[in-house]
Design a protein around this ligand. Structure first.
Ligand code: ARG
Length: 277
C-alpha cells in the first residue's frame, strides 16, 4: 500500500518535473509547437494590442483619408488587420512607414505584423514568414492619358523612364521585363504618380486595384494596354520568423474572411471610398 503510493508520488513528480523542463525549453526556443507562446504572441497579448506596420500610399489596400475631418488610415488591408486583432481579442495600432522599411521594422520588433499588399516572394521568405495569400492582383502600367496611343507595348517604353516603388517587386519586374527602359525607384506611390503627372517618368508599374484607384482619382492618367507577364502578385501578411502560433491564428482569420467573401466586400468598399479629385 505504502509502496504503491510512493511509486505514484515519484511518477507524479517525474511528470511535473518534465513539464517544467518542457516549458522552460519552449520559451527559450520561441517556437509555438512546443506548447508555449512565441515572443510575438506574448508581446501582443501582454500589450493588449496588435501593432500593424503598413505603407499607406497604396489605395485601395491602405491609404490616408479624412474621416470627419480627421486623417485616418483606411483600406482593405486595414479591415483585414482589424479582424485579425479582433479574433486575437486585442486592439489594433497602425504604424505608417515607407514600404522598403517594413521588413526591418518587423525584424526589430517595432511592429507585430505587416499588412501592405506584400507579395510573399522566395527572397522575402528567407527573412520572414508569411500567412496564406488573401488577395491576388495582376500587374499593370499606368501612363498619361495624352500618351495612351504612343505607349502601347513594352517596346514603346524603350529608352523611357519607368517608375516603380523602392523595395517592391515592381522594381524587379521593370528590370527583367523592360531591360531597355530606365527604372526609377521612389519610396512612395504618391510620389510616383506625381512624377508621372510632371513628366519625370513616362510610366508607372502598379497592381491593378492601385492603378484603378489612381486613374479614378487623376483624370489625366490611364491604364495602358501594355501586357506584362503576370507575375506573383498575391498579398499575404508578414510575420517575424519563429512565430508559428501567430501565423496560424492569422491564417484562421483569413480562411474565414476568404470563405464568407468578406475580403471581396472590403476590396469593393475600399475601392469605392477612394476620393475622386
Ligand atoms: N505587391 C508588391 C510587393 O510586395 C507591392 C506592394 C506595395 N505596397 C504598398 N503598401 N505600397 O512588392
Amino acid at each position: 500500500m505504502l509502496k504503491g503510493s510512493l511509486k505514484k508520488l515519484i511518477a507524479v513528480s517525474l511528470v511535473v518535473g518534465s513539464m517544467f523542463t518542457f516549458a522552460a525549453c519552449g520559451s527559450k526556443q520561441e517556437a509555438s509547437n512546443s506548447g508555449t507562446q512565441s515572443q510575438t504572441m506574448e508581446r501582443i497579448k501582454k500589450n493588449g494590442k496588435l501593432v500593424l506596420g503598413t505603407s499607406a500610399d497604396y489605395p485601395p489596400y491602405e491609404f490616408h483619408k479624412s474621416v470627419d475631418g480627421k486623417d485616418e488610415i483606411v483600406g482593405f488591408d486595414v479591415e483585414v488587420a482589424k479582424q485579425i486583432a479582433k479574433d486575437m481579442g486585442v486592439k489594433l495600432e497602425i504604424k505608417d512607414m515607407k514600404f522598403d522599411g517594413l521588413l526591418a521594422a518587423l525584424d526589430q520588433g517595432n511592429v507585430d505584423i505587416v499588412v501592405a499588399g506584400m507579395t510573399p516572394t522566395e527572397e522575402r521568405k528567407k527573412n520572414v514568414d508569411f500567412s496564406k495569400v488573401y488577395y491576388n492582383a495582376v500587374q499593370t502600367v499606368i501612363v498619361k492619358a495624352s500618351d495612351k496611343d504612343k505607349i502601347k507595348s513594352i517596346d514603346d517604353l524603350k529608352g523611357k523612364r519607368v517608375g516603380v516603388q523602392k523595395g517592391a517587386i515592381q522594381e524587379e519586374i521593370a528590370k527583367k521585363q523592360m531591360p531597355n527602359s530606365e527604372a526609377v525607384a521612389l519610396g512612395k506611390i504618391s510620389d510616383l504618380v506625381l512624377a508621372l503627372k510632371n513628366n519625370r517618368v513616362d510610366a508607372v508599374i502598379v497592381e491593378l486595384p492601385v492603378a484603378t484607384s489612381n486613374v479614378n482619382a487623376n483624370k489625366d492618367l490611364v491604364i495602358s494596354g501594355i501586357k506584362l507577364q503576370t507575375e506573383e502578385a498575391g498579398s499575404a501578411v508578414a510575420i517575424k520568423k519563429g512565430s508559428a502560433d501567430v501565423v496560424s491564428a492569422i491564417d484562421k482569420t483569413l480562411d474565414k474572411l476568404i470563405q464568407d467573401k468578406s475580403i471581396d466586400k472590403y476590396v469593393t468598399d475600399a475601392t469605392n471610398s477612394v476620393e475622386v479629385k
